[in-house]
Ligand binder design. Structure first.
Ligand code: AR6
Length: 396
């Protein structure tokens, strides 16, 4: 996927270029700068000495030497001075200039540390926001894999407000499902829904009767026949001049019919119809994940490129899905497309079902996805930051 948040030491990342959060002398220092120089060896310093320094917000490139990358892009982030001294613009420029150089050098992958967020004191949540904004905008237009490397847990702080909102949402939903009191509450809600799934009019009048009738213990809707229908069946069974038949009404459903018997007709109560053959059932297979995806892209008047970029999915994976009508994506890929298409919750669930998945309240990942969809926040990069902050798998 084009943007990956990873927790690692940047000197260990195998990619075309890594970015160094340097100072304007470019002659080494502490933090990530020190780690890069130590891992690359003295040859890196020698080359840096030929560069004549670098201004804040600018970037320069050297070889990678002993590092597992071809290039090191050195950029100088702004020192934090309270936020009103052009820090944001300078930090944006660090990311833009570094990405521009990476592209110029033909890099297909590049790894960034969270520039300025250490010794230079830029608040980590704001530094992450700037990094993600610039990088996500860039990958929309370019085919490059960009790693944003978080060294410590504190680096992946999303805004405090967002974090506590999501935490509260998880607590309300996740914890709810895991306490006896709420099991009871959910059971009641489910039961009350079951009563209203069939012919509402005929149910309403009989509700109080049903409450006193033990045989009316709620069961899943599919197991019910509506009381009026049941009564007819019972009458028909008692009255030998009628027969009750099951008529095939759809590929998998049967409808019960009451018919008057002919006087000399043999008596029988139920005439089971032949079940559809396996072949018939297989031929009625639903629209696949890939078909639904392509249909939705058309309906939303998006281009394929817009969709897979917005989904943080790389081009090769998208073309595999496009070519293979039966392609089974991973859950994170399927959700990424639902997010890119800005599907509401129910449609997201439909799309996931096509790939054999569901959303539930029994894991935090699903709850976080639901939180963002309900808020109609379809920014996949923000969702990934939140997932990362909660130690969950990322989308795309
Ligand atoms: N891999 C990935 N990230 C790291 C690593 C690592 N090995 N080490 C630290 N970080 P900083 P700055 C993170 O201080 O704020 C130097 O002395 C770290 O947790 O390295 O831009 C330069 O010479 C933090 O989130 O850079 C400058 O004088 C982020 O990298 C000055 O520090 C940046 O922290 C630059 O300060």
């Amino acid at each position: 996927m084009p943007v990956q948040l990873v927790r690692n030491d940047i000197t260990k990342i195998h990619c075309d270029a890594i970015v160094n959060a340097a100072n304007s002398s470019l002659l080494g220092g502490g933090g990530v700068d020190g780690a890069i120089h130590r891992a690359a060896g003295r040859e890196l310093l020698k080359e840096c000495m030929t560069l004549g320094g670098c201004k804040t917000g600018q970037a320069k490139v050297t070889g990678g030497y002993k590092l597992p990358c071809r290039y090191v892009i050195h950029t100088v982030g702004p020192k934090w001075r309270g936020g009103n001294d052009g820090e944001r613009q300078l930090l944006e420029s660090c990311y833009r200039e570094s990405l521009r150089l990476a592209e110029e050098k033909g890099c297909e992958s590049v790894a960034f540390p969270l520039i300025s967020s250490g010794i230079y004191g830029y608040p980590k949540d704001q530094a992450l926001r700037v990094a993600m904004d610039v990088i996500s905008e860039f990958v929309m237009e370019h085919d490059m894999l960009v790693y944003l490397v978080m060294f410590d847990k504190a680096s992946c702080q999303i805004g405090e407000k967002l974090f506590s909102d999501i935490q509260a949402y998880i607590d309300d939903n996740y914890v709810a499902l895991h306490t006896d009191v709420n099991y009871e509450m959910m059971r009641e809600v489910q039961e009350s829904q079951l009563f209203w799934t069939e012919d509402e009019a005929s149910w309403k009048g009989q509700q109080s009767e049903m409450e006193n009738d033990e045989s009316m213990i709620p069961r899943p809707a599919a197991m019910f026949s509506c009381p009026v229908q049941r009564q007819e069946e019972e009458e028909a069974q008692q009255d030998s001049s009628f027969r009750v038949m099951e008529k095939k009404s759809s590929a998998s459903g049967f409808q019960r019919l009451k018919q008057r018997k002919e006087p000399d007709e043999e008596t029988f109560d139920f005439v089971p119809m032949a079940a559809p053959s396996l072949e018939e059932l297989v031929n009625q297979v639903d629209e696949s994940f890939s078909q639904m995806l392509l249909r939705k892209i058309d309906e939303k008047e998006m281009t394929d490129v817009q969709c897979y970029k917005k989904a943080n999915i790389d081009r090769k994976l998208f073309s595999k899905i496009r070519k293979d009508v039966h392609y089974k994506p991973s859950k994170t890929t399927a959700i990424a497309f639902a997010i890119a298409l800005e599907l509401p919750l129910e449609e997201t669930k439909d799309m996931l079902m096509k790939a054999g998945f569901a959303l539930s309240h029994s894991n935090k990942f699903d709850i976080i996805i639901e939180y963002f969809i309900k808020k109609q926040n379809y920014n996949i990069f923000e969702i990934n930051e939140a997932l990362f902050a909660f130690d969950q798998s990322l989308l795309g």
